[in-house]
Design a protein around this ligand. Structure first.
Ligand code: SF4
Length: 393
């Protein structure tokens, strides 16, 4: 939904690096969705305007859902004209929307000419949760994950991440959907869609800061959960810069099994990962860490695995989410039986671990956990990305 620009670039006053490409050949529109409040304040300062314009524009775009600069009536006419000339508000394009019989909704969103991502809305009695993607595909190759089968293309920009929340919030609000006693449609965000958020650290943190900004969506950190396989150095940075809740995709209680299911475990084995989780949980405010454990038949679902997991987590303020595996085409894994899941849960609870079996939502539209695939056309970047990630970490 870009705001079109048809102005000539010749007469525009160009300031800083916001508007011009490195060769000064052509005007690049600044997508305002890429900027958090601080970025917007710098942008307006470069335009020679007041920093408080940042809060005004944020409120229009994110709180009110207004994309038409002419409707931003507390901005001067001259500023509105300037914004039309050099900026845009460009969102991912909706390709399809699927609705599940349980109310879950899945959007396929086009982010460029070759690639699409998926986001999922899960309504419950007291909350509306949006599952947001952070990358086109994923480079980490977890064996039980549909996204991994698609390969990896690129990181999403801040605009493409926050644009998912914008689309869901304002679409649902327009339809009249509201969470109880709340003016918003989305009360919770889980960074659990396509991709490993911590390998797109800067863009994800900036987008989460916009989610938490009182002039945008005003979500408390308690209502944002970032799911990670455990990129250990990035966990420490996250604790410093944007300490939201985390859910660690564990899936195995031993290094030998986790090496097979979650290959990044070879780089960050369980002792390192659990030490990082300990550190994340400490401090103010202290918090529980959620551990996700996908239940795979005859792979990781035995009572022995459960006892081993209980021992592994005994010293951590942990909550365990057991996720019945959601099959996708061509996988050879199967969902653990309900009896195996129940007895696994009972063993963990006897060890005083808070344990919840996640309800499967949206599996009739392949929107359940681990089933998101989107359309990832370029599959050649996985190794490049892993190399970049290695140097980053
Ligand atoms: S489980 Fe998460 S990190 Fe692993 S491949 Fe899937 S999207 Fe990537």
């Amino acid at each position: 939904m870009p705001v079109p620009n048809s102005q000539s670039t010749q007469k525009l006053p160009l300031r800083g690096n916001f508007c011009v490409d490195p060769n000064f050949q052509f005007l690049k529109m600044v997508n305002l969705l890429n900027l958090d409040r601080q970025g917007l304040a710098s942008f307006f300062a470069e335009l020679g305007d007041k920093p408080f314009r940042a809060t005004q524009v944020m409120q229009w775009i994110h709180q009110q859902g207004v994309l038409d600069f002419d409707a931003m009536t507390n901005l001067s006419k001259a500023l509105r004209q300037r914004l039309k000339e050099i900026t845009c508000v460009s969102l991912p394009q909706v390709q399809t929307i699927q609705a599940s019989s349980d109310g879950t909704r899945k959007w396929l969103l086009q982010v460029d000419s070759g690639n699409s991502i998926e986001m999922v809305f899960i309504p419950e009695d007291d909350r509306g949760t949006l599952c947001v993607s952070s990358q086109v595909g994923c480079a980490l190759d977890c064996r039980f994950c549909a996204t991994a089968q698609q390969g990896f293309n690129r990181n999403l920009t801040v605009a493409e991440i926050i644009g998912q929340l914008w689309l869901a919030e304002h679409t649902l609000r327009t339809e009249g959907y509201r969470v109880d006693k709340c003016s918003q449609a989305i009360s919770n965000v889980v960074m659990m869609g396509m991709g490993e958020p911590l390998t797109n650290f800067n863009n994800v943190v900036k987008a989460m800061n916009i989610m938490m900004d009182d002039f945008a969506y005003g979500l408390s950190w308690r209502r944002i959960t970032l799911s990670t396989v455990g990129i250990v150095p990035a966990l420490a940075r996250l604790r410093e810069q944007c300490p939201v809740n985390i859910a660690v995709s564990l899936h195995a209680p031993t290094d030998a099994l986790r090496d097979q299911l979650v290959p990044i475990n070879k780089k960050y084995p369980l002792p390192e990962l659990l030490a990082a989780c300990h550190a994340y949980a400490k401090g103010k405010p202290s918090r529980h860490i959620t551990f996700e454990y996908v239940m795979l038949k005859d792979i990781n679902d035995s009572p022995t695995h459960a006892r081993c997991l209980a021992k592994l987590l005994q010293d951590i303020p942990a909550k365990v989410n057991l996720i019945p595996f959601n099959p996708f085409p061509y996988t050879h894994y199967q969902r653990a039986t309900p009896e195996a899941i129940d007895s696994f849960r009972d063993i963990l609870m006897q060890a005083r671990l808070v344990t919840v079996t996640r309800k499967t939502r949206g599996d009739d539209i392949e929107a359940a956990c681990g089933q998101l695939a989107g359309k990832v056309h370029d599959r050649t970047h996985r190794q490049n990305h892993v190399n970049v990630k290695e140097s980053y970490t």
